[in-house]
Design a protein around this ligand. Structure first.
Ligand code: FRU
Length: 495
């Protein structure tokens, strides 16, 4: 389970490595037989910064909330090489021939990853003990196009065309390449997909079928990570909604959609082997290559995001258009240590609603409406300040009806780096009666925000001084009777 030393702003609900460096989540899968969640990740156990040799680190969980650190899962052959990002599939029918009857069909674990050496190739490793130790396939690589920029395979079984499908990027040619295979060893090229915002290069693609809420239908979603060169700076994920026939992915429209509007949500991956009627599950790396190696944690660097459920729904983008949109909701299980709830308040400038959570781990839900949205020359702000116990360091989350957007200001914290953007904003379309609903999780050095039941998400890290945790929350405004608070609730969470 996660533990936090005093003065260490290590989050408790978000996975962090005990020590060393972590980036992308890899090989996410669910073991039905053991009822256990497995995550792997890009890991340098030797230093708290990215370097080779690079390994797959490993952790397991019963509840997607508390994680056990496991031993290194896959190691490179040489110190100047890396086991780069990739995925895991469960080869139930032993198409690969790696297994015999002694291995339960639900535990036939095969990893497909990029071996980063002089060139980048796609390699296999299989596990005979349910995902703890791996043996590299003696005939690696299984896919080699003699490129130094060819990586991050995400593989899944495509029922309809009865084959394994791999999406992998020719990263600097801006191509997601789709391959098919009967046995994970022999791969045939099917098609290329190029779309969206180019940035410097494509990384970590994903393709998965996602249900549309309230219907019997589903669509395929293609995820493409870009880094550097995201419009918010550095690293981000974009997605496309479309159809997939086993050969080609065809988007339903020409929009580039972004998964998360914050700066710390990258290289997301979906879980393999999860059967869920209401969506799919995903985890991302909660950092940004612009500053990931530089942030002021000492023994360890980077956390993963919370697990999110992804579904699809038609959502008003403005009063005249509804767009099919990824709906994101966090998945975790905790007890509530302490709670506060207030309802039906017309906040005045002298009021504030205050909550204390010593642990620095809490959730909140705010439903409000701007009732007097006249143009002021002053900011007519509704603010949630989340601060250290002495109030000196804080992040500020809020809304102004003239700007019509939510802002997050993490600049009143001591960590400074010109890429560590202080102020971010997100436009969110209100419901037809002008209402907004925000759900947030604050976990010591990270805040995940979900707007209007997950229509928009925004994830950002922040770094207070050693010894300080975000243990106070205060909701307030500068104007009388500007905002009607239908409800505000806070729960301190015990992990
Ligand atoms: C994305 C990435 C991947 C690569 C891995 C290396 O963050 O650059 O493209 O496989 O990280 O650690």
């Amino acid at each position: 389970a996660a533990t936090a030393a005093a003065g260490d702003n290590r989050p408790l609900l978000h996975y962090t490595p005990e020590k060393g460096w972590m980036n992308d989540p890899n090989g996410l899968f669910y073991d039905k037989k053991a009822d256990l969640w497995h995550i792997y990740f890009q890991y340098n156990p030797h230093d708290p910064f990215w370097n080779q040799p690079l390994y797959w680190g490993h952790a397991t969980s019963k509840d997607l909330t508390t994680w056990n650190h496991e031993k290194l899962a896959i190691s490179p052959d040489r110190d100047d090489e890396g086991i780069f990002s990739g995925s895991i599939v469960i080869d139930h029918n032993n198409t690969s021939g790696f297994f015999d009857d002694s291995i339960d069909p639900d535990q036939r674990v095969v990893a497909i990853y990029t071996n980063n050496a002089d060139i980048q190739t796609q390699d296999l490793a299989y596990s005979l003990d349910g995902g703890y130790t791996f043996t590299k396939f003696h005939n690696n690589p299984v896919l080699d196009v003699n490129s130094t920029q060819f990586r991050d395979p995400k593989v899944f079984w495509h029922q309809h065309s009865n084959q394994w499908i791999m999406v992998v990027v020719k990263s600097q040619e801006y191509k997601v390449q789709i391959f098919g295979s009967p046995d994970l060893k022999n791969w045939k090229f099917h098609s290329n997909f190029t779309a969206g915002y180019p940035g410097f290069q494509f990384e970590c693609p994903g393709l998965i079928e996602i249900p549309i809420t309230g219907t019997n239908e589903s669509k395929w979603v293609m995820f493409i990570a870009i880094n550097p060169g995201s419009p918010v700076g550095g690293s981000t994920n974009q997605y496309f909604i479309g159809d997939f026939d086993g050969v080609e992915f065809k988007p339903i429209d020409h929009f580039t959609r972004f998964v998360d509007l914050g700066k710390d949500y990258y290289a997301l991956q979906t879980f393999s082997d999860v059967e869920k009627a209401d969506g799919v599950l995903a985890i991302a790396w909660a950092s940004n290559w612009q500053y990931a190696n530089n942030v002021p944690t000492k023994e360890w660097r980077s956390s993963l995001s919370l697990t999110r459920n992804f579904s699809l729904d038609y959502v008003a983008a403005n009063p005249e258009s509804k767009l099919l949109t990824l709906i994101q909701t966090p998945v975790f299980q905790t007890d509530v240590a302490k709670t506060l709830e207030k309802k039906n308040i017309t906040l005045s400038a002298n009021d504030s609603i205050d909550f204390e959570a010593d642990s620095g781990v809490f959730e909140f839900e705010l439903k409000f409406k701007a009732i007097n949205a006249l143009a002021h020359s002053d900011l007519a702000n509704l603010d949630l300040y989340i601060s250290s116990a002495d109030g000196k360091e804080s992040i500020r989350f809020g809304y102004d009806p003239v700007g019509q957007s939510f802002y997050l200001d993490r600049s009143n914290t001591p960590y400074k780096n010109p890429y560590f953007t202080g102020q971010l904003s997100a436009y969110v379309e209100p419901s037809s009666d002008g209402q907004y609903k925000i759900y947030g999780v604050v976990d010591r050095n990270i805040i995940e925000l979900y707007f209007n039941d997950g229509v928009t998400a925004m994830t950002n890290t922040f770094f207070m001084s050693e010894g300080n945790t975000p243990s106070r929350a205060q909701l307030k405004t500068n104007f009388d009777d500007e905002f009607y608070i239908e409800s505000i609730s806070f729960n301190e969470l015990s992990v």
